[in-house]
Ligand binder design. Sequence first.
Ligand code: TYD
Length: 209
Amino acid sequence: MSSKTLFVSFEGIEGSGKSTQISLLQKHYQAQGRSVLSTREPGGTKLGERMRALFTQEEKMSDRCEFLLVSAARAQHVQELLLPSMGKYDLILCDRYMDSSVAYQSAGRDLDVDTVHQINAFATQGLVPDLTIFLDIPVELSLERVDQRQSGNKDRFEKQDQRFHEKVRQGYQDLCKKQSDRIKEFDGTQDSTLLSQQLIQSIDRKASW
Ligand code: TYD
């Protein structure tokens, strides 16, 4: 039982290495005897995972429907898993959270940014990560990595063109500048062990345990 849970979210474009880093960090902190919850968005709950399948696969979806669907999954995730987990774990590692909607649905799909912030605040009940790790990689590398791992089986987002991914990346970079206290940018092109060491330093600095 931990009284102070550190809530860390991970952001970046496709293939930025979030899942690799989350599993390295989970191993590192568990080996130190820390309790770690690893979760993701959209998803993290049974209902959220069902919404995720629709969200990533359903071809005919309007931009507003896309945003409301991912927000619905987020609302469920916060209510059912994240809020009850506060105080139960030392560390929560969340693969994507509210900033994904600012980058993908606002910067990428051109939805109004203030509306995205308002609906994010509603869905999250104001639960903001203590630290957000943004793994930045160039779009060319992202497209290469996605091609290598999923040729022929791409989801709706992986099928988007280079321009869309450039807008999403720019959205993240802008957000990082605006919220530099919370969101820390890292070079996602570097060796994954070196990167993991940098992330550990950054998390250790924030942790109060
Ligand atoms: P991701 O978990 O990164 O997929 P994978 O592990 O298969 O690479 O995320 C699935 C997709 O959902 C990703 O392309 C980004 C998109 N997404 C949004 O557009 N908005 C959001 O708020 C979230 C959480 C995800």
